[in-house]
Design a binder for this molecule. Structure first.
Ligand code: SAM
Length: 278
């Protein structure tokens, strides 16, 4: 499997707000996946596979007379999420119950304490989607359940699933860095019930799970939904994130095709995480 190549756009925005906020929202709808706010604007990342020549043509704010927005962009072999993490330095705590921190942070007083060194992988808990998926996992019973974490990144969600009693757990990511990083984090957190695989939905043939977790993005989820649902047990649970409020209807319609019903929505800064039941 190859490493994920990103295109990074460095936007300089004047005046900064509300233009930066609007720009991030518009870029998110266009398929950009990660954003790092800078002193002068924002750096936005999109996977090269999702990128096309005219991607900025529909970004309305770039044509606004009220703001001046300039940008440069280039191809990046690997985004160093670790540097972004260290820039953001703080550990995070979700609902006073689950912390996600680096080894150099002080041990917090939380029921679930996850130690992550993200290196080049996505999943430190700082992103809205990871945060909301952690919330869904905290709210649900994982004891003795078989779990699939698709697009595991750092392995953070699989690790929390094990801490909540899930067994066995399969964690899959198509990115080589994420695969290796998940293996390291699984070990770092003394997890015993997680198997990590490098690959995608093609690995799923024949396996069955009580709970499937997938925080990826709208297009991949829509593309691979059938494969996920084929390996979900009857009365299983599907937790999905990596997309926006406006995408709920298309994701819900796809799940309804397989008789899965939307039962809970968590929303944060326009991002959502959905819980479906079979
Ligand atoms: C938004 S990150 C989520 C990481 C982590 N699960 C979390 O919640 O923080 C999405 C992850 O999915 C992986 N990914 C993207 N497309 C995939 C695919 N088709 N199959 C498996 N993994 C994929 C990426 O490499 C990335 O690590």
């Amino acid at each position: 499997m190859s490493n994920t190549i990103y295109i990074g756009y460095d936007f300089k925005v004047s005046p900064l707000q509300p233009a930066t906020e609007i720009l991030i929202a518009e870029l998110g709808y266009a398929g950009f996946e990660s954003f790092v706010e800078t002193e002068e604007g924002v750096t936005a990342y999109i996977q090269k596979d999702e990128w096309y020549e005219t991607i900025l043509e529909d970004i309305q704010i770039l044509n606004s007379d009220e703001f001046e927005i300039n940008y440069v962009f280039n191809e990046i072999e690997q985004v160093n999420w670790n540097q972004e993490w260290e820039k953001n330095f703080d550990s995070i705590v979700v609902e006073n119950t689950c912390s996600v921190r680096a080894p150099f942070h002080e041990k917090p007083n939380t029921k679930y304490d996850i130690i992550i060194e993200p290196k080049m992988s996505f999943g430190t808990g700082h992103h809205e989607t990871t945060h909301m998926m952690i919330q869904h996992i905290l709210h649900n019973d994982f004891k003795g359940k078989s779990v699939l974490d698709m697009g595991c990144g750092t392995g953070v969600l699989a690790i929390l699933a094990e801490m909540k009693g899930a067994n066995p757990i399969d964690a899959i990511d198509y990115d080589n860095w994420c695969y290796i990083n998940s293996l390291e984090n699984v070990e770092r957190n003394n997890c015993k019930n997680i198997r990590v695989f490098e690959g995608d939905a093609n690995l799923l043939d024949g396996r069955k799970y009580d709970i499937i977790i997938a925080n990826i993005n709208r297009n991949i989820l829509l593309n691979d939904m059938e494969a996920y649902i084929n390996c979900l047990n009857s009365e299983g649970m599907l937790l999905l994130s990596g997309f926006y409020v406006d995408d709920i209807s298309i994701i819900e319609a796809e799940c309804n095709k397989y008789s899965l019903n939307l039962v809970e929505t968590i929303e944060k800064n326009q991002w959502v995480a959905l819980k479906f039941l079979n």
